[in-house]
Write a protein that binds this ligand. Structure first.
Ligand SMILES: Nc1nc2c(ncn2[C@@H]2O[C@H](COP(=O)(O)OP(=O)(O)OP(=O)(O)O)[C@@H](O)[C@H]2O)c(=O)[nH]1
Ligand SMILES: [Mg+2]
Length: 190
């Protein structure tokens, strides 16, 4: 969070984290589309995220101009150094879960990866605004919500359901992370 009280501006960094192919890029493409913007993307020929994707959104609150820089990590393990770089300075995280039964174990293990990535920058899961998004609810082998909330959840953090490919649940997810950050900002400025 970067607060410039002279300009009355605040900058937040939001990172979409989660396993490869969970739908992180699809989420921010959907947000960008509803804003009528393009995503700044660095990807491979197969459209897998290579460095990160990036968009910004703005909002006015209490005479402050808030700006959200939104990134996605590359989920593939071969890009882990880049993933760690993208996590630098993250104020909040959307943890995107692939609802497919086949991805359950990978999703669970990635909760640890997230915890490590935050710890590396002196942050904790508990102290960071996080929303868990159960994506790909349209898949035939999508696990029931009750299973996912038991197996792949973060205590005390809200969750949403989404079909990012159809833009469902995408804005709702972002709204929750935005609310959590605004709350944190209000606490800071008193
Ligand atoms: N069925 C279904 N497919 C989805 C959904 N969301 C994303 N996908 C598909 O899943 C694939 C991966 O989506 P991406 O958004 O590129 O995934 P990512 O998490 O950015 O992957 P990496 O960049 O490799 O980490 C694409 O083919 C998407 O179209 C969804 O809600 N349902
Ligand atoms: Mg991606």
């Amino acid at each position: 969070m970067i607060i410039d009280s002279v300009k009355g501006s605040v900058k937040f960094k939001v990172v979409y984290h989660g396993i490869a192919l969970a739908g992180k890029t699809t989420n921010i493409e959907s947000l960008a589309k509803s804003d009528g913007l393009d995503v700044l993307t660095f990807d491979t020929k197969k459209e897998r995220t290579l460095v990160f994707d990036f968009i910004t959104r703005k909002k006015s609150v209490d005479d402050f101009q808030l700006s959200f820089s939104i990134y996605t990590i590359p989920g593939q393990d071969i890009y882990k150094d880049i993933r760690k770089m993208v996590m630098r300075g993250a104020d909040a995280v959307v943890f995107v879960v692939d609802s497919s039964e086949r991805k359950l174990q990978e999703n669970k293990e990635f909760l640890e990866v997230l915890a490590d990535d935050l710890r590396m920058y002196g942050k904790s899961v508990e102290g960071t605004p996080i929303v868990v998004q159960y994506n790909k609810r349209d898949l035939p082998d999508a696990l029931p919500l009750e299973t996912l909330t038991k197996e792949v959840s973060i205590p005390g953090k809200p969750y949403t359901e989404a079909v990012a490919l159809e833009g469902k649940g995408v804005q709702e997810t972002f709204n929750l992370i935005e609310e959590a950050l605004i709350e944190k900002f209000r606490q800071m400025v008193g």
